[in-house]
Design a protein around this ligand. Structure first.
Ligand SMILES: Cc1cc2nc3c(=O)[nH]c(=O)nc-3n(C[C@H](O)[C@H](O)[C@H](O)COP(=O)(O)OP(=O)(O)OC[C@H]3O[C@@H](n4cnc5c(N)ncnc54)[C@H](O)[C@@H]3O)c2cc1C
Length: 345
């Protein structure tokens, strides 16, 4: 059966593409190994601010409203809610950060994200507070497990999902076939495993390991995400996810004592509360040297595409980027130069 799109890899990138294709009534099949090392391991945080310089993150004004609508809409297919609003409290790292925040909180382009610092914020004791705290608005998290599981269930219900672990020699890209079946287009969405893809391995994709822990604490509040040195995301039941480490250029999937210690040191600078570590986990982010995603068509094989390199903020970016990729494939709209794979060789 021809005239179908094959999505190879069903993490966040492949799932977002699947929803876009379904929406446009374009037949597709998404294949995934059923084992995921990034989208599932992620905290799923959405945060518009880069705190170090108190700047908006790249294209966030485009990404965020689209993403929130997207998760709302796609969640409905399985009667679920993927995205949950939750304010984030930033503990300022030094006096300049407080001053930067105050200089921006009234600016038109920042006031939707930075709430005006109040005296309560300045003296807040929810976290270790040396220089004051501030509440970021328009923050929250995607329940990553629900997002992945329910999306697969939905795609299965429309006959568009198969749990398959593929090998590269099962593709013939000049004929656009996989296991002998002909496809209209093939889109590789393989996360960090894209470093092994023989057709796209010329791109500077990197594997960046991240470790997280889950802690239990009876005194921590669950009404805010906390941030300073690390994030602390309430999970319910007095449990909180804390992360994440950055370990460059490794595909090692094991949790380590070094990772645990780094996270514990970070927690010591965030909260006074007693806690118990109940779980440790490791994942691998697909990152790119220039910190921009990888979208586009293979320079030689027509109708073969890639959607990868989502890095550390994939959950904010992937919904709109998946739409931009489809606009390129089906409407000939150009892909932004910053994210187009044509920027490499
Ligand atoms: C610890 C950690 C914390 C994070 N926290 C956040 C956060 O708070 N907010 C945020 O926005 N982002 C976060 N991220 C980043 C986020 O996870 C990524 O940006 C995004 O999920 C990457 O999605 P992806 O689909 O490109 O890759 P992946 O999720 O890795 O998906 C790739 C898929 O391809 C499949 N695949 C590959 N090869 C094959 C094969 N041969 N056969 C079959 N299937 C195959 C795999 O099974 C996998 O499911 C975090 C990442 C980590 C590791």
């Amino acid at each position: 059966m021809g005239h179908k799109v094959l999505i190879a890899g069903g993490g966040l990138a492949g799932i977002c593409l699947g929803y876009q294709l379904a929406e446009n009534k374009i037949p597709f099949i998404l294949i995934d190994s059923g084992v995921n090392h990034s989208s599932l391991k992620a905290a799923g945080l959405v945060n518009p601010i880069v705190f170090r310089r108190m700047l908006k993150s790249w294209r966030i004004d485009d990404f965020l409203p689209y993403a929130i609508q997207f998760y709302k809409k796609t969640g409905k297919y399985t009667d679920s809610e993927f995205f949950h609003y939750l304010p984030m409290r930033r503990g300022f790292a030094h006096q300049q950060e407080t001053e930067l925040w105050e200089s921006k909180q009234n600016l038109e382009e920042y006031k939707i994200y930075l709430s005006k610092l109040t005296n309560e914020d300045k003296t807040s004791e929810v976290l270790i507070n040396n220089f004051g705290t501030g509440i970021v608005k328009e923050t929250g998290y995607i329940d990553t497990k629900v997002f992945l599981e329910n999306s697969y269930a939905y795609f299965e219900s429309i006959d568009s999902y198969q749990k398959i672990e593929y090998k590269y020699n099962e593709f013939d890209l000049s004929k656009k076939t996989f296991r002998g079946e002909n496809f209209d287009k093939i889109i590789f969405c393989e996360g960090y495993k894209g470093i092994y893809n023989p057709w796209f391995n010329y791109l500077p994709l990197q594997a960046t390991k991240g470790q997280t822990i889950i802690i239990k604490s009876n005194t921590l509040k669950d009404s805010e995400i906390l941030n300073r040195k690390c994030f602390l995301l309430p999970l319910g039941n007095n449990e909180f996810k804390v992360g994440a480490t950055y370990e460059w250029n490794t595909t090692d999937l094991s949790t380590t004592i070094e990772g645990l210690n780094t996270l514990k040191e970070n927690i010591e600078q965030l909260i006074h509360d007693d806690y118990e570590v109940i779980h440790q986990d490791a994942g691998i982010r697909p990152t790119v040297k220039d910190r921009r995603p990888l979208l586009g068509e293979h320079p030689e094989f027509k109708n073969i595409f890639i959607f990868n390199g989502l890095g550390t903020k994939g959950y904010s970016m992937a919904p709109l980027l998946s739409k931009e990729l489809l606009n390129y494939i089906y409407e000939n709209q150009p892909i932004d130069r910053e994210i187009n794979i044509s920027r490499f060789k």
